[in-house]
Design a protein around this ligand. Structure first.
Ligand SMILES: [Zn+2]
Length: 261
């Protein structure tokens, strides 16, 4: 199957028009004309995943995080970026990244996250006419922050979540943003959410949450995003099955970079 056919299917699942202005998405390494027999789906095209793709004989990698993000002014193969680019080119592997466009797409990362943590009536998150990269949803019945944090932990099948408490406030309305979304905390509070679910929350964000009177559940960057890649692999397989022969493999070796002892 031509790489271009897969790119077209990805455009249906994560339209480029949904990306944030600062983002870098699409085919970032490779050639649309290249022949692909096997696709490898993962969160990051880091060295371990590229080696996994080479070992599993894949010709294309689909990632969430862009393999090239900032501009490149040199390709030094003694440094990390040059080394992984060389590995990709020498092994004739293309990389396609669907980042904020896949976060925001229908059935994308934020929708998957909303489903996994048990939200219903999930809708786009709009504040004063502006669309925020996230979702708003509701719990079936009100919960305490301890109950909800536990539900998020179970839903994401992760070892731990961190949460901050805004006291006795019961949780019914929830705002969320997968990955690193602490920047939207104020918008979550303004939207009337009782709790905000995201990853990569810092101490000062937690202080602001207490000031705003909103609970936070930090599910972690990796745990709030990785499950969507499993789902993407299935949906891509479905979208491509009529188009020719293709096999889709998922990264089943990577783990969250953070460990807890
Ligand atoms: Zn991310």
């Amino acid at each position: 199957m031509k790489c271009q056919v897969i790119m077209n299917a990805m455009e249906q699942l994560a339209p480029k028009s949904l990306k944030e202005d600062w983002d870098n998405v699409g085919l970032l390494v490779g050639n649309p004309e290249a022949e692909v027999k096997r696709i490898f789906v993962c969160l990051d095209a880091d060295e371990a995943n590229i080696e996994q793709a080479i070992r599993k004989n894949c010709q294309m990698i689909i990632t969430h995080h862009p393999v090239i993000f900032d501009g490149i002014k040199k390709v030094r193969t003694d440094l990390y970026t040059g080394r992984i680019l060389k590995k990709l080119l020498v092994n004739d592997i293309s990389v396609f990244s669907a980042h904020t466009n896949f976060d925001q797409a229908e059935g994308g990362v934020n929708d998957i996250l909303a489903n996994l943590i048990g939200l219903t009536k999930i809708k786009m998150w709009e504040v004063g006419g502006e669309t925020i990269c996230g979702r708003i949803g509701y719990l079936e019945k009100p919960m305490t922050i301890e109950e909800f944090a536990n539900q998020v932990k179970q839903g994401l099948k992760t070892d731990y979540v961190r949460y901050t408490s805004a006291g006795e406030r019961m949780i019914k309305k929830v705002a969320l943003c997968s990955g690193a979304g602490a920047c939207f905390l104020g918008k979550a509070a303004f939207s009337g959410a009782d709790a905000y679910v995201t990853g990569d929350v810092k101490y000062h964000d937690a202080q602001h949450a207490v000031e705003y009177g909103i609970h936070i559940v930090d599910g972690g960057h990796y745990p709030t995003e990785y499950p969507a890649m499993l789902d993407l692999a299935k949906r891509l397989e479905e979208a491509l099955k009529e188009q020719g022969e293709i096999e889709i493999l998922i990264d089943d070796e990577s783990r969250d970079l953070f460990n807890v002892i």
